[in-house]
Design a binder for this molecule. Structure first.
Ligand code: HEM
Length: 252
């Protein structure tokens, strides 16, 4: 779909059909657009995929399995730097530059009223919702309350404490749907922009595959959330967790 946001100031790019591919010759903004596009897949998208489909899905097997997964991640070598450069900095860059792209965009859904264009608009809104959710989620899970890296056994209870509150549960669901949609349709956008999938037919088929991924991610996320809500509240105190940490390492 056409977008004025994909060109640098002073560069005219006319697109009458489809959407704007990434083009060279736009100086630093070209590089930043490429980097924005790339970070959406690697590492941010890859992390989202792992976070929903692997790490959080272990909650379906219960509190102990979940604690083992949290403990495994917490004990990765140089974990703080992995988080900093593998997750937080790329998300901050992709998110903040995404807002900039949105701010510079021309809101062209009226001029080009086809489905793809609505999806393009949805890409901005789902990014915005995901940004608010991720900021809050990282703040509450990683930087406030009981430290789950030191007390992984408190993980299940800490999540439960939030999702048992209906407004927070709904925020989790909104964040999950927004991030899953944004990433799934983002893969399609990425593939089209970088020329990985070309031709109307191939793009249509690939879009169906990306929509299937959206349902898989949302379904897996909802299944994990249901597991948290369907079990009795587990301990959330650091003391209990510290005592139980030994049993996690012993059960490995
Ligand atoms: C859950 C975290 C996120 C993931 C996994 C993710 C992933 C992606 C992917 C794969 C793309 C397609 C790349 C491309 O357009 O070439 C994309 C595009 C985009 N993202 Fe994100 N993103 C995330 C968060 C955000 C946030 C917080 C914002 C802030 C608004 C944002 C704004 C955008 C925008 C505006 C585009 C479209 C760029 C364009 O059309 O050229 N994203 N994202």
């Amino acid at each position: 779909m056409a977008s004025a946001s994909s060109t640098a100031p002073g560069v005219t790019q006319t697109v009458t059909h489809g959407f704007a591919p990434l083009r060279a010759g736009q100086g630093i903004s070209f590089l930043l657009r490429r980097l924005h596009s790339l970070t959406g897949i690697l590492p941010v998208g890859a992390f989202l995929f792992e976070h929903i489909l692997i790490s959080n899905s272990t909650a379906i097997s219960g509190p102990e399995a979940y604690a083992r997964q949290v403990s495994f991640l917490a004990n990765l070598p140089l974990v703080f730097f992995l988080e900093l450069f593998g997750i937080w900095v790329p998300i901050a860059f992709h998110g903040l530059y995404g807002f900039y792209i949105w701010y510079r965009g021309d809101g062209n859904s009226v001029a080009y009223p086809w489905t793809g264009n609505w999806m393009y608009t949805a890409q901005r809104w789902t990014g915005g919702i995901a940004f608010a959710y991720i900021f809050w989620h990282v703040w509450t899970m990683r930087f406030t309350g009981v430290d789950l890296h030191a007390s992984p056994m408190a993980s299940f209870g800490k999540v439960q404490h939030e999702v048992f509150q209906t407004p927070l549960f709904l925020f989790y669901v909104a964040g999950l749907i927004a991030a899953s949609w944004h990433f799934s349709y983002g893969i399609w956008l990425f593939s089209a922009k970088w020329g990985i999938v070309s031709g109307e037919k191939a793009r249509k088929r690939f879009l169906a595959l990306c929509l299937a991924l959206f349902f898989v991610l949302t379904g897996a996320g909802l299944a994990s959330l249901t597991s948290f809500r369907s079990r009795p509240q587990q301990p959330t105190e650091a003391g209990t967790a510290a005592m139980n940490h030994k049993s996690i390492t012993e059960s490995r």
